[in-house]
Structure formats: structure tokens, C-alpha cells
Design a protein around this ligand. Structure first.
Ligand SMILES: [Mg+2]
Length: 232
């Protein structure tokens, strides 16, 4: 059976650390300061609090301040020059082409940003669809990664067994959630080494969460394909 590849975007398909993430970070702090009439230090502290408690600034703003999430997502991804700053790995398109089965980008970022990054990376023809954070809002709540209900719902919509889906990610806590839902997991290590989310640290060891570890998605076909492809 061919797998369904669920590919994270930031720090999995491209390196967001040097330019993209710092800019989003600054934009989010500025947004919180502006919308809630806080100074920069207070805004930063509130963001840290919501990050600890909910795993994302957005979730705290929606829950406690009635912020329009679409407005927040639009204002905090200011990239008129995205095509210039995205770091393109020229091996990526070929590597994706060699992965059999559907390839779906699953990202906690907004669709307008994700689709532009995919185009800028030159991989749009290799991607079947994008599941952005807007598609992770259901049952009256925003439930981005690492939400297990969201992952279960995603798998159900794909109409395949969870064990046929492979989450490819740089964030271990998301892989841990995927593993508990029954997905296969690939950790991408080469771009960033972000710490575990402190509020959601799992006791499971790395070997229990991760089927395969690769430095780059460019290595996926060679290194991961055999071990995550089920026998027919
Ligand atoms: Mg990521």
C-alpha cells in the first residue's frame, strides 16, 4: 500500500529560522501590543504565557480576547518579499517526486502564506493539497498540531488507515501526537532543533515516537521509503 505523506512546512520543507520566523515573531508581538494596548515587554510576556498554556499565541488571543483569528493570521505573516527570502533546496522537488502516493502539506500556518511558500520552493506540482491552520478549526475551536482530534479527523477525511499516513516533521511533540493516533513518523533534524513544548512534554522516548530520522526531506526517498512503506 502506498503511504500518504503529511509534510510539515516550516523547518521541514524550508529553513524558516534565519528570516521567516524572526519576522513572524516580531509581527506577533507587535500585533498583541497594538490590539491589546500593551507595551512590547508585556506583549511578549503574554505571548509566552499563551504559548506555555495552549501551544500557540493565536489560541490564547481567540479564547481570552475575542481576537479575529483570520485578522491575526493575515497581519502576522507580512511577506511581500517571500519569494526572495525563502531558502530553496533544489533537491526538494525531485525528492518529493520520488515519494509514491499523495503528498499533503499539513501546517499550523495560514493558507495564504503556506501556498506562497510552496510555490516559492518550486514544489507546487508535487503537492496534492495543503491543510493549513484554517482547516484545523472545528467543533467551535482552533485545534492545530499537536491536536490528536485534529489528526484523527484529518486521517478520517483522507479515507485511509492511520498506519498508511506518515507525518514528516521537525517538531517532536507533533510527532508524538501523530504516533499516538497511529501514524508513522519521520523526524527531520537538519534545519532546526527546537525544544519540546514544555507544557506538552512527553515521557515517551524518541525511539518510541519516531520511525525514521532524516537530516533533510531530500533524503526521504532513499532513507525512509522502505521503512515506512507497508508491504502490499
Ligand atoms: Mg515545523
Amino acid at each position: 500500500m502506498t503511504p500518504v505523506w503529511l509534510l510539515d512546512l516550516d523547518n521541514t520543507l524550508h529553513d524558516a529560522m534565519p528570516v521567516v520566523f524572526p519576522r513572524i515573531n516580531r509581527a506577533m508581538t507587535a500585533y498583541v501590543a497594538r490590539e491589546l494596548s500593551l507595551d512590547e515587554r508585556e506583549a511578549g510576556a503574554l505571548r509566552a504565557h499563551y504559548w506555555q498554556r495552549y501551544g500557540a499565541t493565536l489560541l490564547g488571543l481567540v479564547r481570552h480576547h475575542g481576537i479575529d483569528p483570520h485578522h491575526f493570521l493575515r497581519e502576522t505573516h507580512p511577506f511581500p518579499d517571500l519569494e526572495r527570502i525563502v531558502r530553496r533546496d533544489h533537491r526538494l522537488a525531485d525528492a518529493l517526486r520520488r515519494l509514491p502516493g499523495r503528498r499533503i502539506v499539513v501546517t499550523n500556518s495560514p493558507l495564504h502564506y503556506a501556498s506562497r511558500v510552496v510555490r516559492a520552493l518550486g514544489i507546487a506540482a508535487r503537492i496534492d493539497s495543503i491543510v493549513s491552520i484554517e482547516a484545523m478549526s472545528f467543533a467551535g475551536r482552533w485545534q492545530p498540531k499537536p491536536s490528536r482530534p485534529m489528526l484523527r479527523r484529518l486521517v478520517a477525511r483522507l479515507r485511509v488507515p492511520a498506519a498508511r499516513c506518515v507525518l514528516v516533521e521537525d517538531t517532536p511533540v507533533n510527532l508524538a501526537a501523530a504516533r499516538r493516533v497511529g501514524l508513522r513518523t519521520v523526524l527531520v533534524t537538519g534545519i532546526s532543533h527546537r525544544p519540546f513544548h514544555p507544557a506538552r512534554r512527553t515521557r515517551a522516548g524518541a525511539s518510541k515516537r519516531i520511525d525514521v530520522q532524516v537530516q533533510s526531506v531530500a533524503h526521504l526517498p532513499r532513507k525512509a521509503l522502505r521503512s515506512v512503506t507497508l508491504p502490499t
